[in-house]
Every structure is written in structure tokens, then in C-alpha cells.
Design a protein around this ligand. Structure first.
Ligand SMILES: NC(=O)c1ccc[n+]([C@@H]2O[C@H](COP(=O)([O-])OP(=O)(O)OC[C@H]3O[C@@H](n4cnc5c(N)ncnc54)[C@H](OP(=O)(O)O)[C@@H]3O)[C@@H](O)[C@H]2O)c1
Length: 270
């Protein structure tokens, strides 16, 4: 594990808590982490104290941060950031995972600093997420390595070269888990319409999507190869795919859906 210095985590809810638990499980010393959160869950408080990390309900005077990690809701940023400004020194890197909160906004609130905007997704809660991240030019190589070490506890990190790309990351992977859950719903509903009992159709769809995801995870093959492997010419899978892969099938639908997600992300960022 690279040295991350002193990390101040602001917000230990779903995502901040998942990251904190990943840090502690992956060799970050509790003594190098301070958590600011007005009312962390009992489980979170137990984890913080067991790891020897420090918790404060509000920001104490005199705290310094090598990495200031912001994991509060975007709508709280305006209220929370002014109080955090004293934490941001010459060598501090600020990391925000808040959807739609731009680096321009963070700079207005906190002053010029090395800053990273990162977009994790919910499977981070089981250490199986993926994160897209953008670092502004003030972030040094060492700071980027330290931030990468913190982000990668929840899964792979993909760095993008412009902040605007974070809106596209949001559309693909940030919002992506919901598309997969909806795929399960659609498959189950189609199975029900074919005459299967609703609960049976749902179990079949759920296990199929999670099992196929796990197969993709474990296989060295790319998705299209795995698809071809199970598609015999003239068979049942080919019959379904001829519908899904038609000109008016899933691709144009996904193009439209992800465009809508990116547009919304752009609107949220002002
Ligand atoms: N969940 C996702 O799928 C996801 C994905 C990508 C990015 N994100 C981003 O991650 C961020 C956190 O989301 P989340 O789902 O983890 O939200 P969350 O569960 O509500 O966590 C936010 C935490 O911040 C705490 N908090 C409230 N006011 C605070 C303050 N003044 N100082 C410090 N902490 C404060 C909250 O406490 P209370 O509960 O007591 O208010 C809560 O524990 C958001 O900006 C979101 O956009 C989330």
C-alpha cells in the first residue's frame, strides 16, 4: 500500500462507509484516518473505534489533511465546504465523489488545490465497484497514486483525461447498476408473460444475470466472445438475439438512455 498520509473523510454514509471499510481492510492504518460525520451508524462507530481511527461530529480546530475525501450528498456541499476550507493547505489533495459537483464549484468554496473528481458505483459496497476519476493539473503523481490507492479498494479505477468525461462515466457505470437490475425485471416480466409463475421467473432472471456477471468476471474472454460461445446458429439464443440486436433493438435504446443520463449529469453540474 502506498503512503496516503493523513486522510480526512467527510461523510461516512453508504459510499464513504464502504470506502472506509475497504481502506481499513486493505492496510490503511486507522490512526491515519479522521472521520467527520454528525451521526455515523453504530456499525460505523464500532469499525472506527476498533481500527483506532478518529471520529468527530463536527470539524475540530487545528486538523490538517493530506487527503480530504468528500462523501456527503451533493446538496449538502454548499453548507459543508466553507467550514472545511481551513483544512486545505498547499499539499492537500481534495477528492470528491459527489455526483454533479464540479471542480470549479469546489475551487470556489475551498480555493485552488489539487483536486480529484471520482465517480464510484454501488457495488463498491461489496468491494466490486468500478470508479471513473479525473485529476486536475495541480495533482502530483504521488498524490494521484495515493488517491488511486484509496479508490481502488472498491474495485478498478479508470482515469479519464477531462472533467467532462466524468458525466459520461456517470452515464455508463455510475448509473449502470440500475440498468442491470432493470434487465432482471424485464427478463422476469417476459418470463411471466410466457406463462411461468412470477416468483419462478424472477428467481431464474436474477440468478441468470448475477451468474452471467460472475462468469464474465472470472473469464478472460470479452463479453461478445462469451455471447458468441452460447449462441448456436439457428438456435434459441440466436432467435432472441436477432430481436435484441436488430436496428431498433437494445443498442439504440442504450444510446438514448445513456445520452439522457449524461445530459442530466451535465445539468446537475450546472
Ligand atoms: N450511493 C451511490 O451509489 C453513489 C455513487 C456515486 C457517488 N455517490 C456520491 O457519494 C456521496 C455520498 O452518497 P451516499 O449514498 O453515501 O450518501 P449517504 O449515505 O447519505 O452518506 C452521506 C453521509 O454524510 C453525512 N453528513 C451529513 N451532513 C454532514 C456534515 N455536515 N459533515 C459530515 N458528514 C455529514 C450523512 O449523515 P446523515 O445521514 O446523518 O445526514 C451521511 O452519513 C454523494 O455525494 C453521492 O453523489 C454515491
Amino acid at each position: 500500500m502506498v503512503s496516503v498520509g493523513h486522510v480526512v473523510l467527510v461523510g461516512a454514509g453508504n459510499m464513504g462507509g464502504a470506502l472506509l471499510s475497504g481502506w481499513l481492510a486493505n492496510g490503511i492504518a486507522g490512526s491515519s484516518v479522521t472521520v467527520i460525520d454528525p451521526s455515523p451508524s453504530e456499525a460505523m462507530q464500532a469499525m472506527i473505534s476498533k481500527a483506532g481511527a478518529t471520529h468527530h461530529s463536527t470539524l475540530p480546530d487545528g486538523l490538517a489533511a493530506d487527503i480530504l475525501f468528500l462523501a456527503v450528498k451533493p446538496q449538502l456541499m454548499e453548507k459543508v465546504l466553507p467550514g472545511l476550507k481551513p483544512l486545505v493547505g498547499e499539499t492537500t489533495v481534495v477528492v470528491s465523489i459527489a455526483a454533479g459537483t464540479t471542480l470549479a464549484f469546489l475551487t470556489r468554496q475551498l480555493g485552488e488545490a489539487g483536486m480529484v473528481r471520482a465517480m464510484p458505483n454501488t457495488p463498491a459496497m461489496i468491494g466490486r465497484g468500478v470508479t471513473g476519476a479525473y485529476a486536475n493539473p495541480k495533482v502530483s503523481d504521488a498524490q494521484r497514486d495515493a488517491v488511486q490507492a484509496l479508490l481502488k479498494v472498491s474495485g478498478p479505477v479508470e482515469w479519464v483525461s477531462s472533467e467532462a468525461d466524468i458525466d459520461s462515466v456517470t452515464a455508463v457505470s455510475g448509473s449502470g447498476p440500475a440498468y442491470v437490475f432493470y434487465l432482471v425485471e424485464c427478463m422476469a416480466e417476459a418470463g411471466r408473460k410466457l406463462g411461468l409463475p412470477e416468483d419462478v421467473a424472477m428467481r431464474l432472471a436474477r440468478e441468470t444475470v448475477s451468474g452471467a456477471g460472475e462468469l464474465l468476471n472470472r473469464s478472460p474472454d470479452i463479453a461478445s466472445k462469451l455471447r458468441q460461445n452460447v449462441t448456436s446458429p439457428g438456435g434459441t439464443t440466436a432467435a432472441a438475439l436477432s430481436v435484441l440486436m436488430a436496428d431498433d433493438g437494445m443498442q439504440p435504446l442504450f444510446d438514448k438512455a445513456l445520452e439522457a443520463a449524461r445530459t442530466r449529469a451535465q445539468e446537475l453540474g450546472g
